[in-house]
Design a protein around this ligand. Structure first.
Ligand code: CA
Length: 589
């Protein structure tokens, strides 16, 4: 309705720029600077998760108090990994089992909710989570566990369009927040443990019509406006035989956008199956035959066409489930260099050049890495071949390869939970976990809709007193400045503020603020269930607010081996908490 009026008005005033109602590209671009709203995943499409707000600071954070809490209701709980969005007086959150809620941001009262009716037989690998929505124009977009993308009207929750990303019966699903760039809704896919093929898709936000697709495994063909565009990579350059056809590389964590180089960056998950010997990755071969591009890589793409501009493979010859999907954050270092940073599942923190994705430097951000002894000057890992799970074909009965201990575990030095960058300190704050695993390979053949792994594993803690460790990493010197230890594994997002605070949550239910310089705890609040969500902050009526969702779940209780048993006392729940610093207490000590 608003759109019709706007378009007519724009048509009459030929010199006026065509404005669309609701959230614009300009709003998305200015999301970090505009502290009255949060309209992107990552509090800015660079995914820095930094707020310039300093009303709330180290001195007065002790006066931060609950304003309201919202229950997601129903019997459906499990992991709540969403990041709230705030626009025009309404907070939008996604929930487990593909639900979306619109809530009055002042009172916490529900306005509407949408529940995707999921079919029987969906195959989410790692809990029934959803990591957030995206807003553009009058609509809000989110993905569902049956691998669909839905556009809903912001005001009413009515379905505007609903499109299929991929076939859930083949193991595809969807959990990431979509990315919006220049009117395109850009999504990846999930399902890396089922022999799917990772792909990035861009749709017209108005109609949901596909504009381009870009598979991320070499040999597969991309499309643009319904026609074939270009092949990804070069057929069989780094994959043997037909293995690329079910090669994995799920783009399951979504992407970031660097406006300065007009580049979207998506990561690709592990190559499939896990048994690296089946992909020529088990032993070094001539050239880079077993690298299995572009699995376990970060990929820079043109947002208009989906053409690949560059790639950087964090784990070539991957054999430990070290997905390459973790978020790539655009930032400017202390010397003024334009960089990307990413903290990988494989335990290394990388700095890349923003222009071409070229390797700048890397450092371990967890202790005790076994699979590589370092990263060489070209950015290639220096493998420790003794610490690769063995080849079942080398054993007498061919059923189980040599068991090795690998660290980090397959759940990663860091998993999906987003780190934050502080424009104030110039440091990254990385939620990490210190754990390893016994891992072995087994024979496997592909079968549609069945797990395609060829591996077995048990995760174990590396230390008796902690697994979780939030680390401050200086991206200029690549030094870890401090760490904050937590008994249970960290699985929540991090946020930084110009007020000098680092917010995150723990599975034990604490919502915590640390001093960004020292790592000292300056505030905490018990939310009643484990936190695996992503905090945000904004300003309303001259007061600063902070929100986070509490609801224990995610991959750890399902896949965590010995650690899952250690944390099985934690209660589930589904409460969205909103805190504020009352005006009268902003200057109180
Ligand atoms: Ca994986």
């Amino acid at each position: 309705m608003n759109r019709f009026i706007t378009v007519v008005a724009a048509g009459l005033m030929a010199t006026a720029s065509v404005a669309i109602a609701g959230v614009t590209e300009e709003d998305l671009k200015n999301d970090t600077a505009n502290t009255s709203q949060v309209v992107t995943n990552g509090m800015g499409r660079h995914l820095q998760r930094f707020s310039p707000l300093e009303t709330l600071n180290k001195d007065n954070v002790k006066n931060l108090m609950p304003a309201w809490a919202f229950s997601l209701g129903g019997e459906k709980q499990r992991g709540q990994e969403t990041q709230p969005l705030i626009y025009d007086g309404v907070m939008y959150i996604t929930g487990s089992y593909s639900r979306l809620y619109a809530i009055d941001v002042k009172s916490g009262k529900e306005i509407w909710q949408y529940d995707a009716r999921l079919p029987e037989g969906i195959l989410p690998c790692c809990d029934v989570v959803n990591r957030g929505a995206a807003i553009y124009g009058d609509n809000i977009f989110f993905g569902t566990l049956d691998a669909r993308i839905v556009a809903l009207n912001l005001k009413t929750g009515d379905v505007v369009w609903n499109k299929k990303i991929a076939d859930y019966k083949a193991g595809y699903s969807y959990t990431a927040a979509p990315l919006i760039v220049n009117g395109l809704v850009i999504t990846g896919n999930s399902g890396g443990e089922f022999g799917i093929v990772g792909e990035v898709q861009a749709r017209d936000a108005e109609t949901g019509d596909m504009v381009w697709t870009r598979p991320v495994i070499e040999g597969h063909m991309g499309t643009l406006n319904g026609e074939e565009s270009t092949m990804t990579g070069e057929l069989n350059a780094t994959w043997p035989g037909d293995m690329w056809k079910t090669g994995g590389g799920a783009t399951w964590l979504g992407g970031s956008y660097d406006a300065e180089t007009d580049t979207i960056v998506f990561g690709a998950g592990n190559p499939a199956p896990w048994n690296s010997h089946l992909r020529n990755a088990g032993t070094p071969t001539e050239g880079n035959k077993g690298d299995n591009l572009y699995a376990s890589s970060r990929i820079g793409m043109d947002p208009a066409t989906g053409e690949i501009k560059w790639h950087y493979q964090t784990t070539p010859r991957e054999g430990w489930d070290y997905d390459g999907v973790n978020e790539v954050v655009a930032f400017t270092d202390k010397s003024g260099n334009k960089r990307f940073a990413t903290a990988d599942r494989n335990g290394f923190f990388y700095v890349l050049n923003r222009e071409d994705g070229k390797f700048v430097g890397a450092t371990p951000f967890v202790k005790d890495i076994t699979w590589a002894t370092g990263i060489d000057d070209t950015g290639r890992p220096i493998f420790d071949e003794a610490n690769r799970p063995g080849n079942p074909a080398d054993t007498a009965d061919g059923k189980k390869g040599e068991v090795i201990f690998a660290s980090p575990s397959f759940l990663g030095g860091k998993n999906w939970m987003p780190m934050a960058f502080s424009q104030k300190t110039g440091n990254f704050y990385v939620p990490s976990n210190e754990w390893g695993m016994d891992i072995w390979n087994e024979p496997i053949t592909y079968k549609k809709g069945a797990a395609y792994m060829g591996a077995g594993f048990t995760i174990k803690p590396n230390y008796t007193d902690h697994i979780g460790s939030l680390k401050a990493v200086d991206p200029d010197t690549l030094e870890v400045k401090w760490e904050y230890k937590n008994e249970a594994p960290l699985w929540s997002g991090v946020m930084t503020t110009a007020g000098g605070l680092v917010f995150f949550g723990t599975p034990e239910g604490e919502f915590i603020a640390l001093d960004d310089e020292t790592g000292e705890k300056v505030w905490s609040f018990q939310t009643g269930s484990g936190i695996v969500g992503q905090p945000v902050t904004w300003e309303m009526d001259g007061e600063q607010y902070v929100s986070v969702i509490s609801g224990w779940g995610g991959a750890v209780p399902l896949w965590g081996g010995e650690i899952a048993k250690k944390v099985n006392y934690l209660n589930q729940g589904s409460l969205l908490w909103t805190f504020k610093l009352p005006k009268r207490l902003a200057n109180a000590n």
